[in-house]
Design a protein around this ligand. Structure first.
Ligand code: NAP
Length: 247
C-alpha cells in the first residue's frame, strides 16, 4: 500500500486518532497538512515525526466549524503542497449531557464542529478533487451515530448526520473519480475518552466482544486502507472499528 506523491489534509491531526492517521498516511508516503484547533505544541510534535519520515508537512491552524476558515485552510494546502488528494475529516468534540439538561450552546458546538465542519472541508476540497478527477475522502463518524447513546444526543445526531452526508456525497462524486467513506470507531483510548469515569470505562469494555478499548492506530489502519488504491471499488460505506461492539 503506497501513498507516494499524494497530499493529505487531516483535520484534528494534532492528537489522538487524528495524530495516528497523520503518522499512518505519512508512513505510507503522503505529504501531510495537519489541522489543529489550538494546541500548537501537540501539532508541532506530530509535524516533527512526519518530517523525520522524510515527508513534507505543514501546520494549518483553524476552526473547521467556520466556513471561511475551512475554505482558506484547503486553499492553503493546495497553495503550499500543490494539490489535495486525500481529506480526512477527523476533528471532533463532545459536550455530553442528558437531553433535558443539554444547553443550546452544547448542541450547537457539537453539531457545528462535528457535522458542519465535515461539510465545510468536504465542499472546499471537492472543488479541487473534481478538477483532478480523483480524490479520497474519509469522514470519522462513531458507532454512537448508529446505535445512539444516552447523554450524547448532540454527538449521536452529528455522527449519524455524518454517515448520511457520506452516502450522499459518495453518490454525487463517484462519477468524478472520488471515493467518500466513513469510519465509525467504537471506544478508543484518547484524550476524548480519558475524561470518562473508570466505572463507565469498565462497563464499556465489558460490552466489547474483544474486551478492551481500541488504540488510535486501529482506526488509522482502516483509514489508510480506505484512502489507498486497494479500496478503489469501495465508496459510500461505513466501516466500524469497534472490537465488535456493534454488529
Ligand atoms: P481528541 O483526542 O479530543 O482530539 C481531537 C482533535 O480535534 C484535536 O486534534 C483537536 O485539536 C481537534 N479539534 C477539535 N475541535 C476542532 C475544531 N473546531 N477545528 C479543528 N480541529 C479541532 O479526539 P479523538 O478521540 O482523537 O477523536 C477524533 C475523532 O474520532 C472525533 O471526530 C471523534 O468524535 C471520533 N471518535 C472518537 C472516539 C473515541 O473513542 N475516542 C470514538 C468514536 C469516534 P487541538 O489539539 O488543537 O485541540
Amino acid at each position: 500500500m503506497t501513498l507516494d506523491g499524494k497530499v493529505a489534509f487531516v483535520t484534528g491531526g494534532s492528537r489522538g486518532i487524528g495524530k495516528a492517521i497523520v503518522l499512518a498516511l505519512a508512513n505510507a508516503g503522503a505529504d501531510i497538512a495537519i489541522n489543529y484547533a489550538g494546541n500548537l505544541t501537540a501539532a508541532e510534535e506530530v509535524a516533527e515525526q512526519v518530517t523525520a519520515m522524510g515527508r513534507k508537512v505543514i501546520l494549518v491552524q483553524g476552526d473547521v466549524a467556520n466556513t471561511t476558515t475551512a475554505t482558506e485552510m484547503i486553499e492553503k494546502v493546495v497553495t503550499e503542497l500543490g494539490k489535495i488528494d486525500i481529506l480526512v475529516n477527523n476533528a471532533g468534540i463532545t459536550r455530553d449531557g442528558l437531553l433535558v439538561r443539554m444547553k443550546e450552546e452544547d448542541w450547537d458546538a457539537v453539531l457545528t464542529t462535528n457535522l458542519k465542519g465535515v461539510f465545510n472541508c468536504t465542499k472546499a476540497a471537492a472543488k479541487h478533487m473534481m478538477k483532478q478527477k480523483a480524490g479520497k475522502i474519509v469522514n470519522i463518524s462513531s458507532v454512537v451515530g448508529i446505535m445512539g447513546n444516552a447523554s450524547q444526543a448532540n454527538y449521536a445526531a452529528a455522527k449519524a448526520g455524518c454517515i448520511g452526508f457520506t452516502k450522499s456525497v459518495a453518490k454525487e462524486l463517484a462519477s468524478r473519480g472520488i471515493n467518500v467513506n466513513a469510519v465509525a470507531p467504537g471506544f478508543i483510548a484518547t484524550d476524548m475518552t480519558k475524561v470518562l469515569p473508570e466505572k463507565v470505562v469498565e462497563k464499556m469494555a465489558a460490552g466489547i466482544p474483544l474486551k478492551h478499548a481500541g488504540e488510535p492506530k486501529d482506526v488509522a489502519n482502516a483509514v489508510l486502507f480506505l484512502v489507498s488504491e486497494e479500496a478503489a471499488y469501495i465508496t459510500g460505506q461505513t466501516l466500524n472499528v469497534d472490537g465488535g461492539m456493534l454488529m
